[in-house]
Design a protein around this ligand. Structure first.
Ligand SMILES: C[S@@+](CC[C@H](N)C(=O)[O-])C[C@H]1O[C@@H](n2cnc3c(N)ncnc32)[C@H](O)[C@@H]1O
Length: 300
């Protein structure tokens, strides 16, 4: 199983994302003989094993169906077991670009949390890069290590149980990029600088509060980081809806007015499809602060 490359056929032991609706998805590790209960009834793991990823699978004896999707970092972020607050795909896509991550990049991250960012970073830096991820909560570190192994990612990631604010990363001159998602990221800036390659690199810190950013920016500046920028990413999605409107009362027929009738039964109303923004939009998640460390040259 791999979150890095697609495969065609589902095998026992694979993770599939069971898709019921856009709002209802579950990760499932397949074991022949087991049953997963859905709102459409029982879904037998054996009915998924051997099918192509993306297949429609009947459940509840034909009462409904689900799709068996291939796991990706984006779907994992939507379905993973939450052990902490997590960073979502909108922020992850921005940090991936701004940190200039690519195959072969070496990345240092803390904290690991629920592994949402880690999975996306690993996919981007594979097959030759490496993620060093640090977590000071022992069970979270162990669980993350276990998940990476189950997902076939162990060779691309090293999980270390450590308090990086007091004990640093213990790495020097190795990283192309550092990502911090910590309550007090400013306490990790000195060791992040040490971990970055002497040839230079990028740092990103994710924080919900502006006070955290102010302290982090001060620390970044005093440690020689340049090009310090903070942004907030807000995503606006649209729902496609079928809208029914009453026929407008235009008085006498007017040859200039044309009304589209799409499947409407009567002359009193007409329907059309439209994309509308949802009433409630997800708001603030956090601020992303980016900074560059330029090559460190010895001056005499
Ligand atoms: C918000 S979570 C990170 C979530 C992660 N970015 C994700 O998307 O899944 C913050 C994590 O940092 C860890 N943490 C907090 N302070 C730390 C420290 N000083 N050293 C290492 N990890 C720390 C916490 O235990 C927690 O798991």
């Amino acid at each position: 199983m791999s979150f890095v490359r697609y495969k065609a056929i589902v095998e026992e032991g694979d993770v599939v994302i069971v898709y019921l609706t856009h709002e209802s998805m579950f990760p499932l590790t397949l074991e022949a003989g087991r049953i997963f209960q859905t709102r459409f009834g029982a879904l037998r793991h054996s009915d998924i094993i051997g099918k192509r990823f993306g297949s429609k699978i009947l459940c509840g004896g034909g009462r409904g169906y689900v799709y068996a999707l291939h796991p990706t970092p984006e779907l994992w972020t939507l379905t993973l077991p939450h052990r902490t607050q997590i960073v979502y795909t909108t922020d992850i896509s921005m940090l991936t670009l701004q940190l200039d991550l690519k195959p072969g990049s070496v990345v240092v991250e803390s904290g690991t949390g629920s592994g949402s960012v880690s999975h996306a970073v690993i996919r981007t830096i594979a097959p030759t890069g490496h993620l060093y991820t640090f977590e000071f909560h022992q069970q979270r570190a162990e669980k993350a290590r276990e998940e990476f192994s189950d997902h076939g990612l162990s060779n691309l990631v090293t999980v270390t149980h450590r308090n990086v604010c007091t004990d640093g990363f213990g790495l020097s001159d190795v990283a192309d990029a550092v990502f911090l998602d910590l309550p007090s990221p400013w306490e990790a800036v000195a060791s992040a600088k040490l971990a970055l390659k002497k040839a230079g690199g990028r740092l990103c810190s994710f924080s919900p509060c502006v006070e955290q950013i102010q302290r982090t920016c001060d620390k970044l500046r005093s440690h020689g980081f340049c090009d310090i920028t903070t942004i907030e990413c807000l995503l606006r999605t649209f729902d496609v809806r079928t809208i029914a409107l009453p026929e407008p009362d235009l008085g006498q027929p007017d040859s200039c007015v044309q009304t589209r009738h799409e499947g409407s039964e009567t002359a009193q109303s007409f329907t059309f499809k439209s994309a509308v923004p949802p009433k409630d939009m997800p708001g603030h998640t956090g601020f992303l602060t980016f900074a560059t460390l330029y090559p460190q040259v010895e001056t005499s």
